[in-house]
Design a protein around this ligand. Structure first.
Ligand code: SAH
Length: 355
């Protein structure tokens, strides 16, 4: 009975039905405890990804260019209040050298991620974006710098940035407030996401699975918010505790719950670009492979210079902190092939993108 009801809801979702929060909650609660249904769910999501994008997995070269942060998110290892962090900023030359390494490895998307670092004024960011845009006209530039005014986002876009990642973190205001200090609020976070979409960025939202206080109803609300926003990308990873943060001693999220959310996100947004995240690979040595098998289709190998990588420590136990970029490329490529996927080194734009 449960099986039939579960499968009929999933088939309806796949056919475009708009599920309500209660139904999503029931699906999440059912799949997280039933491994057969979970496997079936992941297979459905994987088959849908195959229909839209095939078996191709897109590569994004990640450059973590500053770990200074003005914010104090309770979960995050590089929060302002963590005095144990060894803070760094890459020079413009280091950023461009990281792009060069990535370009030689075949990557055609660079993701510039940092804490919310006031050192990088809009003018400074525009200098960096312009330099990358001029040197690599064939590459996509993705930014992940946090919350800004619409005018700043517009200037970044005009300078040549194409995409922006800003996870919404939690679409339920009370839960958002359990994860962030009072200065940060969900209304502004959502405002940023809608502004980014309006400007024309391929926009990424997303959330962690299993941070303190999260219920399956919150996760259902995340899916409903994603359906409203229609982002181009969705980042989903397990919460992982980080030392010297208020959540240092909390339990991590689980692989199973994360896979359920990846699969339900694929079924809700068939055309989304969904990474098999580093956090999932850090929780389980086959986590990224499992993510691909649950409907993900992007990987984000690290291009940050190895000397700085261990200091961009969002959570404890982050993988790939010692590997050279070329080793990351080979390792990820082997993992992708091992589960029957092909590597795709094109820019990997969203299915609806028209240049
Ligand atoms: N400052 C940027 C980048 C943040 S780091 C911004 O605000 O968007 C990128 C993502 O890492 C965050 O959005 C968060 O969802 C995730 N993250 C941070 N701390 C984490 C933790 N302890 N466990 C798992 N993921 C974490």
């Amino acid at each position: 009975m449960i099986n039939e009801s579960f499968k009929s809801h999933i088939l309806a979702l796949q056919a475009g039905a708009l599920l309500d929060a209660e139904t999503y909650t029931w699906l999440i609660d059912t799949a997280r405890v039933d491994s057969d249904l979970r496997d079936w769910l992941c297979d459905q999501a994987s088959a849908l990804r195959d229909q839209v994008y095939g078996r191709r997995v897109f590569f994004r070269g990640l450059i973590e260019f500053s770990n200074f942060c003005a914010n104090d998110c309770y979960y995050c290892g590089i929060r302002a209040g963590n005095t144990a962090v060894n803070r760094y900023r890459l020079s413009d030359g280091d950023i461009l050298a990281s792009c060069q390494t990535g370009y030689e490895l075949g990557y055609r998307t660079f993701v510039l991620q940092s804490g919310e670092d006031p050192f990088y004024t809009d003018d400074k960011m525009i200098e960096i974006i312009t330099a990358i845009r001029t040197t690599y006209p064939d590459c996509a530039i993705t930014l992940s710098l946090g919350e800004k005014d619409k005018a700043s986002y517009q200037r970044f876009f005009d300078a040549g940035a194409n995409r922006y990642l800003l996870r919404h973190e939690s679409a339920t205001p009370e839960h958002y407030a359990m994860l962030h200090p009072a200065e940060l609020d969900l209304i502004n976070r959502k405002r940023c996401l809608y502004d980014l979409k309006e400007i024309g960025f391929q926009t990424g939202a997303g959330f962690m699975v299993g941070p303190p206080g999260q219920t399956s109803t919150h996760l259902a609300n995340d899916l409903i918010f994603l359906r409203e926003l229609q982002p181009h990308m969705v980042g989903i990873g397990p919460f992982m505790p980080a030392s010297n943060t208020p959540f240092a001693h909390e339990k991590p999220g689980t692989v199973e719950d994360t896979l359920v959310m990846v699969a339900l996100t694929r079924l809700t947004l068939p055309q989304a670009l969904i990474p098999a995240t580093t956090a999932l690979g850090s929780l389980d040595h086959k986590g990224r492979e499992k993510g691909l098998k649950a409907g993900a289709n992007v990987v984000m190998p690290n291009l940050t210079p190895t000397t700085n990588r261990k200091d961009y420590s969002l959570y404890d136990g982050k993988i790939c902190t010692g590997d050279e970029a070329a080793e990351c490329r080979v390792c990820i490529e082997n993992r992708i092939r091992s589960v029957g996927f092909d590597i795709d080194l094109s820019r990997g734009d969203h299915a609806t993108y028209n240049p």
